[in-house]
Design a protein around this ligand. Structure first.
Ligand code: AKB
Length: 373
């Protein structure tokens, strides 16, 4: 057969291979010349036999952000303390350092990452390192490096070592030309932030590696996440976390979004449970690789009203941050997540009243403790 015909046949087979997440149809990554780093050593192509009954060995990148410590806690309960390694480039606080394995890992350093994966026999990689929407706009170069170049390292390592890879995406992966109320899984995605662009890139690259190389890529588009014991860093939805701290500490809050800015939101426990659930779902139950997940949707004025049911004297003023407002105005107001509900039974436990009660009771218990010492 002429060379061109053979190549066309191989390409067709690859493009048509089912997206089942299993590895047999995989053409070894090194043959495809995806990355020169991947031909460096044959030793890195030994296949890892990971049976579903074994506990996974998990690495979490960006572990000191809003979600890493909470996810590590949940996964350690399920898979054992020493099977879940948190990593970051920052120094961990004492409680994190003493709660389980923690190591330094820089996602921009390919060799460092590969060494960690090999030495610790990692089988699942949760990739939380990223610059969020508002901070990304203030530092586009760094956001591009961390969110795009860093992701390329993660994808290559995950493909090379047969890892299950989870990368979060976000409501920020949509833009002003997407349907906003509700936003379905599949629609126009033209975000206007570097964060959003990098997340669409991550969704597409992960799916491409899945269909082309059999990478077990899994992705959830998170709403704004609200947590009591960890702070977000540089997002547009951060107001919905800070408002609880200020309500408890000072009874006053200055909001940087307009009162009627409606965005999808979720309590951290639901977010972490959804993440574990999609990671544990058998590959053949997943009809897609990137899912919206939804829990609730509210505006600052609706959140304030709910908080006032518990803190009646709570005072709120509005001082709009134009950058954040423009970002929020381009994002979904409501998320459509029927695929997640149908494919793997996703269901949130927290609605707005439950979220507010939980946040206020956690934070007031914390502040009572702080005053007691
Ligand atoms: C942000 O506001 O940038 C994040 C997000 C919604 O992805 N919290």
């Amino acid at each position: 057969m002429p060379v061109l015909k053979t190549l066309t046949k191989v390409a067709k087979q690859v493009l048509q291979s089912p997206g089942c997440g299993c590895r047999p149809s995989v053409i070894p990554v090194r043959c495809l010349g995806v990355s020169p780093r991947q031909v460096a050593s044959d030793a890195s192509f030994h296949s890892i036999s990971f049976s579903e009954t074994d506990h996974p060995r998990v690495l979490i990148t960006g572990g000191l952000g809003q979600l890493g410590v909470g996810l590590a806690k949940l996964l350690r309960k399920r898979f054992g303390k020493n099977n879940v390694i948190l990593s970051d480039i920052r120094k961990p606080p004492n409680n994190v350092f003493h709660s389980g394995p923690f190591i330094y890992s820089d996602i921009l350093d390919f060799k460092n990452l590969r060494e960690i994966v090999v030495n610790n026999r990692i089988t699942w990689l949760i990739h939380y390192s990223a610059l969020l929407s508002a901070v990304g706009e203030a530092n586009v170069r760094l956001a591009r490096a961390v969110n795009i170049t860093g992701l390329h390292n993660i994808l290559d390592i995950a493909a090379e070592h047969g890892l299950r890879l989870f990368v979060p995406s976000t409501i920020g992966a949509f833009g002003p030309t997407s349907p906003r109320d509700p936003t379905p899984d599949l629609c126009v995605q033209r975000p206007r932030t570097i964060y959003g662009v990098s997340k669409v890139h991550a969704e597409l690259m992960g799916e491409y590696y899945h269909y082309r190389h059999g990478l077990d890529f899994r992705c959830l588009r998170y709403p704004g996440i609200i947590s009591s014991d960890s702070q977000p860093g540089g997002g547009t939805t951060d107001y919905a976390v800070q408002i609880f701290h200020d309500a408890i500490k000072t009874g006053k809050f200055e909001c940087n979004l307009k009162p009627d800015t409606r965005l999808p939101m979720m309590y951290i426990d639901d977010c972490l449970r959804a993440t574990l659930e999609i990671l544990e779902t058998p590959a053949d139950a997943l009809s897609m690789r990137t899912y919206n997940i939804n829990a609730m949707s509210f505006s600052p004025e609706e959140l304030v009203q709910e908080i006032r049911k518990h803190v009646p004297e709570f005072q709120v003023t509005y001082n709009v941050d134009m950058v954040k407002q423009a970002i929020a105005d381009s994002w979904p107001m409501n998320f459509e997540d029927s695929n997640a509900r149908n494919d793997w039974g996703w269901k949130q436990e927290y609605d707005l009243p439950e979220l507010v009660t939980t946040m206020l009771s956690f934070l007031s218990a914390d502040s009572r403790l702080a005053h007691a010492y």
